[in-house]
Design a protein. Structure first.
Lengths: 215, 334
């Protein structure tokens, strides 16, 4: 199989969530001495882009996206050890979590998966995350963005608190703040002074890249 | 017409003097901070506090029912998950899933006692709340939400595609457990059972999975309750517009929708009772005039029961809720 066909097959198998096949094909790229970087960007990431498209078009739903993500990770596990780190551009670093009081993390996990698949360096704080932890972690890992999600109106004010605390600590300009989740809207985003609102995981990744000038 | 007769009549689909205005409890709980502060806490784990909170909600907000519990987590501890019980500001939430293989869970808990632990507390509260005038609503989480609180939801969602038979057997196990619990609520004196299944939206599962893994199970639990003569409310979160037609199949007495669903459309598509759908965000942060106007819209869309659209923020004020219930009680009826 030539390189282009191999990438196509990887992408196709990923979209069909054939975990083992993706791993086998990734193995073959290694045997053919194809640079891992190319396999990732032209095979695996291309596949995940197609998955994002299918998700946006409501062809795929959460169960399918999760299985594709497993296939993506299976391929990544194979090629990652062979990756020439110098070939990578500096990734966008994000800190992500569901704000304190809320444990609904499906949307957040989708953003983690899709942003990871787009080459972001993702620090996932999980769910029910104490508000200061968003800032502390961002400082620790020198993140570019802080991403917060909540499904509940109860806990959405926590997002404002994080932004207020960033201001208090004179850190507001250091980080872009991305928010999302069921009750969140552009209006709320403007009101609390966040940088970006996205209404689904796929557009969150796209908009984050645009905001960071990486589109 | 007293409150109990009105709600039961509306759920039967018969004529009432005006629609009831309720907040069933469970996920859609009106136990906001202002109420729980008066109770002094403990309303998620003690019968006395639970009864007192349910009574205060009825008395202070004007919702025409008693409804317990005030969360979606009471079913899962008995199946091996852990819950943080929360406080007056934050609702209870699952903190750790049961990591055992499904087969082990199903075997270990095949005889799970649905009258033990917090479920027992809730049953006792229902016994104390039962009365002639105010309807008592027992709230049960739907099988998808319960299953995805007992085990890691991401694993469960993948299983729907990867191993649908295994998923179905686990969901059947969970649903049977919920049926048993709901029937205990009926024995304790619940007049109505309300089922909320926020994880089972068409947006999360997709319409095909909703058809396959949600609808038949609702049908089963609703049938079991109908055999006992108990009406059932089913709440579906999120944009359920595409599911309205298929929801007729489950035979609920009323289906409740989120604020994103256009109730005039829903009214046209739905053969059963319709409940809803005053925006909870509006109830939390909106002006009272706007709350009244949205409540009027719901009435004009011919909902059979007026209710909040989804789970209320605990920071919602009693006076905002009162604006909604007062309007329904006094509103323009000819």
């Amino acid at each position: 199989m030539d390189k282009a066909t191999l990438f196509q097959e990887i992408s196709h198998a990923l979209v069909e969530f054939e975990v083992e096949k993706v791993a086998e094909l990734a193995e073959e790229t290694i045997q053919q001495n194809i640079p891992a970087y190319e396999t990732i960007t032209e095979g695996l990431v291309t596949g995940m882009k197609e998955v994002s498209r299918l998700y946006e078009e409501e062809e795929y739903f959460l169960p399918e996206v999760l299985m594709c993500s497993d296939a993506f990770n299976a391929g990544l596990d194979v090629v990652n050890p062979h990756l020439d780190k110098n070939s990578l551009e500096k990734p966008i670093k994000i800190v992500i979590g569901v704000v304190e009081g809320d444990t609904h993390d499906i949307g957040k996990n989708l953003v983690r998966i899709l942003s990871g698949a787009s080459g972001f360096e993702v620090y996932d704080l999980g769910r029910d995350v104490p508000l200061n932890q968003f800032i502390d972690k961002a400082e620790e890992v020198e993140s570019d963005m802080i991403c917060m999600s909540t499904l509940m109106t109860t806990t959405m004010d926590g997002m404002k608190t994080v932004i207020d605390r960033l201001k208090e600590r004179n850190l507001r300009d250091k980080y872009k703040v991305l928010i999302g989740g069921g009750p969140i809207s552009q209006t709320f985003c403007d009101k609390i002074g966040a940088d970006l609102y996205a209404n689904d995981a796929s557009s969150a990744v796209r908009k984050a890249k645009e905001l960071m000038g990486r589109a | 017409m007293d409150e109990k007769v009105r709600l039961l009549t509306a759920l039967k689909g018969d004529r009432v003097d005006r629609p009831p205005v309720i907040c069933p409890g469970g996920m859609m709980s009106a136990c906001v901070t202002e109420i729980s502060d008066q109770v002094g806490g403990g309303h998620h784990s003690g019968s006395q506090a639970m009864v007192s909170a349910a009574q205060k909600i009825n008395e202070l907000t004007g919702f025409e029912n008693y409804g317990v519990p005030f969360c979606l987590t009471s079913e899962v501890e008995t199946l091996g998950a852990s819950v943080n019980i929360g406080d007056n500001f934050i609702e209870p939430r699952v903190t750790r899933y049961n990591d055992d293989p499904l087969e082990t869970i199903m075997e270990n808990y095949s005889q799970a006692d649905v009258t033990s632990g917090r479920m027992g507390v809730i049953l006792e509260a229902i016994r104390q709340l039962r009365n002639d005038k105010i309807p008592v609503i027992g709230n049960v989480s739907g099988h998808i939400s319960t299953a995805s609180s007992v085990i890691d939801p991401l694993e469960m969602f993948k299983m729907l595609r990867r191993d649908p038979e295994r998923a179905a057997s686990f969901l059947t196990f969970i649903n049977d457990y919920l049926v048993k619990y709901a029937l205990e609520m009926v024995k304790a004196g619940a007049d109505v059972i309300s089922i909320s299944d926020p994880t089972a939206t068409g947006e999360i599962l997709g319409p095909r999975n909703f058809q396959k893994f949600a609808l038949p199970y609702y049908h089963k639990i609703i049938n079991a309750l109908h055999t006992e003569g108990i009406p059932v409310i089913l709440h579906i979160c999120g944009n359920a517009t595409n599911l309205i037609g298929s929801l007729n199949e489950v035979n609920a007495n009323a289906v409740s929708f989120d604020s994103i669903v256009n109730m005039k459309n829903a009214r046209e598509g739905l053969k059963t009772g319709l409940m809803g759908n005053v925006s909870t965000q509006l109830l939390h942060t909106g002006e009272q005039a706007k709350i009244v106007s949205i409540t009027r819209n719901a009435l004009q869309s011919e909902v059979d029961i007026v209710a909040p659209a989804c789970g209320l923020s605990m920071a919602t004020s009693i006076s905002n809720l009162k604006a909604m219930t007062d309007y329904v009680k006094e509103g323009p009826y000819n």
